[in-house]
Design a protein around this ligand. Structure first.
Ligand SMILES: [Zn+2]
Length: 341
């Protein structure tokens, strides 16, 4: 089985964006705020938005199942306040839940949290609970920078975040550390802010002792871990200077990297440097980079090709495609077992 642990609903019908635009336009004028019930998207429209896009590509590429969350760049946690994010997260999560209901064999949900700058993470728990208990979601996206590129929150190792970690541990679900759009002109969203955040989250964990307090907490760092595998020597050296244990003991029981790296040398490096147990298959298609690579003639985000061509044994490939994802997402594993996989 081939499981893509990183997919977003980037192809939602335009009514979703129109609703969001009305919500944003109404900031400061609560009377104009649209109600959630004013967003009307029928099942046929949802089905079509998936069947001709993500599902079509999954079939072409041989991907069986995608862990599917709301569009990351649309989370835009910096806009409005907690109420704004709360209404928006509920709508986006419900749509992913409906997609998973329409295509139960191919999609399973991961939640967006109603984060907002400066707001206590405990306020996100009701939405998380709903997504896990009512929707059967198996993961969550955690934005380390809800300010959208200004980094006003404490590091991920700070006790500020502990209420959400306690819940993740209780539910035994991992968090993908995933920022949203950048409202800082210095950082292009997907070209700089995302990769910066991946690298930053790893370094925060390296310099702290988060996993001493939460030994079973699991974080997935997407986009191949940003600059982490490339600079593994620097991070090992820094860990030594900071009097931390070896990285494999300090972080690798808890931190995992996905394969959203869009060229062969990148995947070769990732799978050479990072233990295979810590690598999870993902493509994030149809996402940040949608074109065809002129050097190969194939889509940049067709990451399965790179895994196939990497110097891995069939057993290691199976681990990356399925075994590791099922281990890191136990609720996914349980759902698949119920279905006889
Ligand atoms: Zn993503």
């Amino acid at each position: 089985m081939i499981i893509d642990c990183h997919g977003h609903y980037t192809t939602a019908p335009p009514a979703l964006e129109a609703w969001r635009n009305r919500q944003v336009a109404a900031l400061g004028n609560p009377a104009a705020t649209p109600k959630a019930s004013e967003l009307k998207i029928g099942d046929d429209e949802l089905r079509e938005s998936i069947a001709s896009n993500q599902l079509k590509k999954m079939k072409e590429r041989g991907i069986d199942l995608t862990i599917f969350s709301p569009r990351a760049s649309f989370m835009a946690h910096h806009i409005g306040d907690f109420e704004t994010s709360s209404a928006w997260a509920a709508i986006c999560n419900e749509l992913c839940h409906r997609v998973a209901g329409l295509f139960p064999d191919e999609f399973i949900g991961a939640a967006m949290l109603p984060q907002s700058p400066g707001v206590d993470p405990a306020t996100w728990i009701p939405e998380l609970e709903r997504c896990v208990k009512e929707y059967g979601f198996v993961g969550v996206n955690l934005n380390p920078d809800p300010s959208g590129g200004h980094w006003t929150s404490p590091p991920l190792t700070d006790r500020h975040w502990y209420p959400i970690y306690e819940k993740l541990v209780e539910y035994d679900i991992p968090a993908m550390v995933h920022v949203s759009t950048s409202c800082n002109a210095c950082f292009h969203a997907t070209g700089a802010h995302y990769l910066n955040a991946d690298t930053t989250a790893f370094m925060q964990c390296l310099s702290g002792d988060l996993f001493r307090d939460f030994p079973t907490l699991r974080l997935v760092i997407p986009h191949g871990g940003g600059a982490v595998p490339y600079h593994w020597g620097r991070f090992r050296g820094l860990a030594e200077m900071l009097k931390k244990p070896l990285l494999r003991d300090h972080l690798l029981h808890n931190i995992f990297f996905d394969t959203c790296v869009y060229h062969q040398p990148g995947i070769d490096l990732l799978t050479k440097v990072i233990p295979v147990e810590n690598v999870l298959f993902a493509s994030e298609m149809i996402g940040a980079v949608r074109g065809i690579d002129p050097e190969t003639g194939f889509a940049y985000d067709d990451t399965k090709r790179y895994i196939e061509a990497a110097a891995l044994t069939p057993q290691q490939r199976k681990q990356i495609y399925e075994g590791n994802v099922r281990r890191v997402y136990p609720r996914l594993d349980a759902a698949l077992r119920r279905r006889g996989h």
